[in-house]
Design a protein around this ligand. Structure first.
Ligand code: ARG
Length: 291
């Protein structure tokens, strides 16, 4: 079945030069987990409220649309089997972080999610990843790690979930320098709620989510970064996935989508409103496999 792409979110103002042609997308491979058992039964982040009803059927439809969007863009999506009793497993980004064929496994901060790590590790073992490293320290995979290939650096969040000692461990395991960043706002509890990688050299982030020192480090390393505002971050706009040209982001993040378009990228808005009730959106549902 061929999926149709949702329409791109409205483009840049016409006074700006059209840059879209320079942006070369690179095909990606993703791991996702359908929200078959999705629910908000506990509250482990500021967005979760167990008294608010969740429509699992709508969640599944929205998730299928995200998967179809990736496939229509030419990306490969592998699917991890969801497990009863693990309602947050849909947020597959948290299960590991991989660079250059090496996967650094996750160890969850909250006991409610601890068992997810084993299912992720099992997937890597069953799918030919001979280098999957069991972590000694708490870390929530791509929730708190982002790779910027052109800068040769991994950006790593801490403050709410990932133990800073995992930053050093990831550097040892993956052989890539890791820059630790401190998150200070509980609404943006994972790095991927406040920062994403637009292309091999460029990042987009909401400075207010980071400590003053971390903001300074980001400014020095990425003077050309696209800076998002608080309203963009609250719309989960930073929880986005870019292939270097197409930027898949929550449909509600319209103002950030416009600014992304001004930079010559093609924003593609998808509605994941049900999954937002668990405190996640596009990126949380997507683990990139860098083989
Ligand atoms: N309810 C999940 C948690 O609090 C949401 C995880 C979102 N994932 C992410 N990569 N930010 O752990």
């Amino acid at each position: 079945m061929t999926a149709t792409l949702p329409p791109a979110v409205s483009a840049a103002p016409s006074s700006l030069p059209a840059l879209t042609t320079d942006r070369a997308p690179r095909p990606r491979t993703f791991l996702m987990c359908p929200p078959e058992y999705f629910a908000v039964e506990y509250a482990i982040n500021a967005w979760m409220d167990p008294s608010v009803a969740v429509d699992a059927a709508v969640a599944l439809r929205q998730w299928e649309n995200l998967r179809a969007t990736y496939e229509a863009l030419g990306h490969t999506v592998h699917v991890l089997d969801p497990q009863p009793g693990l309602p947050d497993m849909v947020y597959a980004a948290n299960g590991a972080f991989s660079v250059g064929g090496i996967a650094y496994g996750a160890r969850f901060h909250h006991p409610e999610r601890a068992a997810e790590a084993t299912h992720h590790a099992g997937w890597y073992a069953a799918n030919g990843w001979r280098r999957h490293h069991e972590p000694s320290y708490t870390n929530e995979g791509e929730g708190d790690f982002a790779y910027v290939p052109g800068a040769g650096v991994v950006l790593a969040g801490t403050g709410f979930r990932t133990d800073p000692r995992a930053h050093g461990e990831a550097q040892d395991v993956l052989g890539v320098p890791v820059l630790g960043l401190r998150l200070v706002d509980p609404r943006f509890y994972h790095l991927d709620t406040a920062l994403f990688v637009l292309d091999d050299h460029t990042i987009c982030y909401f400075p207010g989510a980071f400590s003053a020192r971390s903001q300074r480090a980001l400014r020095r390393l990425f003077p050309d970064a696209l800076l998002a505002g608080e309203s963009d971050a609250l719309a989960f706009g930073l929880n986005a996935v870019s292939d270097g040209r197409h930027v898949v982001l929550p449909a509600q993040a319209t103002s950030l989508a416009g600014r992304i378009a001004e930079r010559g990228f093609t924003p593609i808005g998808v509605d994941l409103s049900e999954l937002r009730k668990g405190g996640g959106s596009v990126k949380c549902c997507t683990a990139e496999l860098r083989g």
